[in-house]
Design a protein around this ligand. Structure first.
Ligand code: NAG
Ligand code: NAG
Ligand code: NAG
Ligand code: NAG
Ligand code: NAG
Ligand code: NAG
Ligand code: NAG
Length: 319
């Protein structure tokens, strides 16, 4: 397929057969999306289309990505290569690329990466969003520094451990390890004091203490659902000061002590555990929402009135 040099701002190609595309010089095209095609590589003629801001090649058969293919794309902000067959991401550029100063989002989810050298992204000082979700990553770069990255998604990979002790990513605000095989929290997680959302849901954690997150005072949302937790200790003075939601649903908790929760207002999600005993009278007033359906006992409430009514009888669930 040949794309003409017309005044086009946006081009969307949906095809199931396209395996080759040639792009002639074009100064207007800013948005290019090719979806559901048979491309096995980024077309080399992409270098003729330098006004691109957003590029998406999705549901194709691309196997390798060389970021040098986009070296002179000084406006490219977002590169989305989701749902390809990518095993390797490299950057063979040997000069300064203008892409380095523009790229903000790189999406590589649903590919076949087993490893990725994150240090490659040190050359991209604007990069703030990186998703590697749904790949086959088993090991993480040991030493990694980046001053702008705010959001890293490593969900649905094969990580059994995550050692972040030699990472320096001060702006990191959202970090997901959802659905890996971690049996412990990532080591040195407390160095990321700008974290607002942390997900370790869907891993193999067996116990948890809030003290392991001491000092993460911007953390608002903690996702620990779908682990194998048989114990979770939340009563501590070392509680992340801004925490608003903790999700402990779909674990194996038989009891939990919420008598002392030193934050203004916390939503605690305990759905689908095995909690048989629960003392609502001795539950901190700082717990403002409690969700505990699908437990042997259900003391759920979301308003003070509901809570007052439950004081009389939490009600046994018939499950
Ligand atoms: C490019 O992507 C960004 C982020 O998804 C979006 O906000 C923006 O509208 C897109 N630009 C164009 C021209 O489609
Ligand atoms: C860090 O994030 C903030 C906003 O979240 C942003 O304004 C700032 O530019 C980022 N810092 C760097 C070095 O990119
Ligand atoms: C958190 O982010 C702010 C601004 O984005 C930055 O100035 C600060 O150094 C970061 N904190 C840490 C511990 O790196
Ligand atoms: C918590 O689990 C870890 C790893 O499974 C184990 O080493 C540790 O002893 C457990 N701690 C408690 C208090 O049960
Ligand atoms: C929870 O406990 C039940 C029985 O005690 C066990 O069969 C199940 O595998 C456990 N689930 C998890 C997620 O550990
Ligand atoms: C409720 O939270 C406040 C801080 O917001 C704390 O001083 C107080 O001790 C907490 N009370 C209980 C019972 O958790
Ligand atoms: C909780 O307190 C209420 C009101 O003071 C009381 O009626 C109820 O029996 C107490 N429940 C338990 C389990 O102690």
């Amino acid at each position: 397929m040949k794309v003409p040099n017309a005044i086009l701002h946006s081009l969307l190609i949906l095809s199931t057969r396209l395996h080759f595309i040639s792009l002639v010089e074009n100064q207007s095209l800013s948005d290019l999306t090719i979806s559901s095609a048979k491309l096995t590589r980024v077309p080399p003629t992409i270098k003729n289309v330098l006004a691109l801001r957003n590029v998406t090649f999705m549901i194709c058969k691309i196997r390798t990505v060389d970021l040098a293919d986009f070296c002179d794309h000084s406006l490219l902000v977002k590169l989305d290569l989701n749902s390809n067959h990518i095993r390797y991401v490299v950057n063979t550029a040997t000069r300064h690329c203008s892409l380095y100063d523009s790229l903000k989002s790189l999406l590589l989810y649903s590919n076949l990466l087993t490893t990725i050298n994150l240090n490659m992204f040190s050359a991209f000082p604007q990069l703030s969003y990186l998703t590697l979700r749904n790949n086959k990553i088993k090991t993480l770069t040991h030493t990694f520094g980046h001053s702008a990255l705010e959001n890293i998604n490593l969900g649905i990979n094969g990580l059994e451990e995550a050692n972040l002790c030699d990472w320096s990513v001060p702006n990191l605000s959202r970090l997901s390890f959802r659905r890996n095989q971690l049996t412990n929290l990532p080591s040195c997680i407390t160095i990321f004091t700008n974290l607002t959302v942390l997900s370790v849901a869907g891993n193999g954690l067996a116990n948890f203490s809030i003290e392991s997150l001491a000092g993460l005072d911007k953390l608002q949302e903690l996702e620990l659902e779908m682990n194998s937790l048989t114990s979770a200790v939340l009563t501590s003075d070392l509680f992340p000061k801004d925490l608003q939601t903790i999700d402990l649903s779909m674990n194996n908790l038989t009891e939990i002590d919420l008598s002392y929760i030193p934050v203004h207002s916390l939503r605690v999600i305990l759905q689908s555990n095995a909690i048989e005993r629960f003392d609502l009278n001795n539950t901190s007033p700082n717990v403002t929402t409690l969700e505990m359906a699908y437990n042997p006992i259900d003391c759920s409430f979301s308003t003070p009135l509901e809570r007052a009514m439950k004081h009389v009888d939490c009600g046994k669930n018939r499950i």
